[in-house]
Every structure is written in C-alpha cells, then in structure tokens.
Design a binder for this molecule. Sequence first.
Ligand code: APR
Length: 250
Amino acid sequence: MNSVKSIVVLTGAGISAESGIKTFRADDGLWENHRVEDVATPEAFERDPWLVQKFYNERRRPLLSSSSLDQKSLEQEIRPNPAHKALAKLEAEFDGDFLLVTQNIDNLHEQGGSQNILHMHGEVLKMRCKSTENVFDCFNDIQVADLCDCCGEANNLRPHIVWFGEMPLYMDEIALAISNCDLFVSIGTSGNVYPAAGFVQMANQAGAQTIEINLEESLVASNFDQAVYGKAGEVLPIWVDDFLLSQPKK
Ligand code: APR
C-alpha cells in the first residue's frame, strides 16, 4: 500500500463478538433477550427506568476490573480479543495521525491499549445527569433511587448511551478527521445505522482508500475499495502486520 499519513478506523459490535459480547442484529432480532425499543430509546427510559437501568447494569458489570467483581461477575468477565490488540498495535506503530471511532459502548478498545478513541454512541462505564448533562464515571450499578451528585435528585442519572432517536457524539471531530484521512477502515459493523454507515462515503469523497473488514458483506459493502472477510480476531492482526510492513518505520 502507498505511504499513508492519516488513518480513521470505525468499529462496531463485530469486533467485540469474539470477546463474548453479542452483536445487535442476530437472526432473532433480540439483543440480549430484549427488544431494542424496550431498552435503548429515551421513551423506554421514561416508561420503565428500572428495566433500562437493570439492562445497562448487566452490560457494565463484566467490564469492571477483577477487584470490584463478585464471583458470578468474575466468571462472566469480558476481555479484549486479538482484534482490539491489533488496533492498539496499529496506533502505536503507525507513523501518522490515527483516530479510532467506535460505535461500541464497551471499554475493550481501552483495555486492549488503544488511546485516541471517540465513542460516538456513548460509554456504559459513564453516566449522565438528565438535568445538567454532566457526565461522570460509573463503576457501579445505577439504581433509579440514586441521588445525583450534581443536582441531588433521584431518577436523574441515566447511562451515558446514545439511544435510538438521539444525536451521536463527536460528529464534528469525526467529520474533520475523515475529511483529512487517506485510509478509512471499517471493522465489524453491519452498515445498518447512520450516520456511521455513511462514513465510508465521506471517506471516498475525501479521496481516501477504504477497506471493510467484517464477517460478511455489510449493507454498504459496495462503497469500499477493498474487503477482507473473516473473524476480526483472526484476520485483523494479519492485516495490521501486512499494513505496517508496507509503511515507513516510525
Ligand atoms: N468479526 C468481524 N465481524 C463480525 C464478527 C466477527 N467475529 N461477528 C459478527 N460480525 C459482523 C456481523 O456480520 C455484522 O455485520 O459484525 C456486524 C455487527 O453488526 P450489528 O450487530 O448491526 O452491530 P453494529 O453495526 O455495531 O450496530 C450499529 O446499532 O443498535 C445500534 O447503537 C447500536 O452501535 C450499535 C449500532
């Protein structure tokens, strides 16, 4: 590959699949036995905050460090897989600008060693005050009755997650990075959800090379210059090594 100066990587649920986190669009249309509209919309949170908090509490627990886990959660602990580690290696060894944009709410990229990350759909290890929009770290369950640190109200803390119908985060930074990149790599995302599914077209308009790495063709596969199909944990480490070999040393 020609010498590259700036990379933007987009990841989705597929990169965490081999770590044991279910993707969203399984055949049965359920996500962890719930309909998305029951747990991932602002209306669901208004209607049944107990169910929504319980759902995200269950997603958060297996990501916490071993010291804060009870025995049951320890057994379910989720770890980064070789795909997360390959992206950390790419960022560390690539001699140029690197931005990782993830749609995932887990912290497996951070655990895997990535540094420059934007979580465009929020983070399950953060919570937000509904009144002030202040964002806090969240390393415990959130209960509906919990009093918010900043406003003192109950039922004011929500998971810092972008739900359906809400605006993704960091859109200006992401658009700027894509418009300046010369390589765009999309990994483990089905291309169902915009604006992320439209990033490849932005990259094409910027004149970047575009590569899809996924288990199967995504809905926007025809927009990419190249594709590598397979499990991210198997094909991504090989792709990263080949790419780094093709580039000048740091
Ligand atoms: N390696 C690579 N790709 C994989 C793997 C794997 N081991 N396992 C599954 N995939 C692919 C699937 O083939 C699918 O194309 O990952 C993709 C996952 O797609 P989705 O479940 O739709 O997840 P994602 O694209 O991240 O969803 C986008 O939708 O529900 C919302 O906000 C949520 O961020 C999420 C957004």
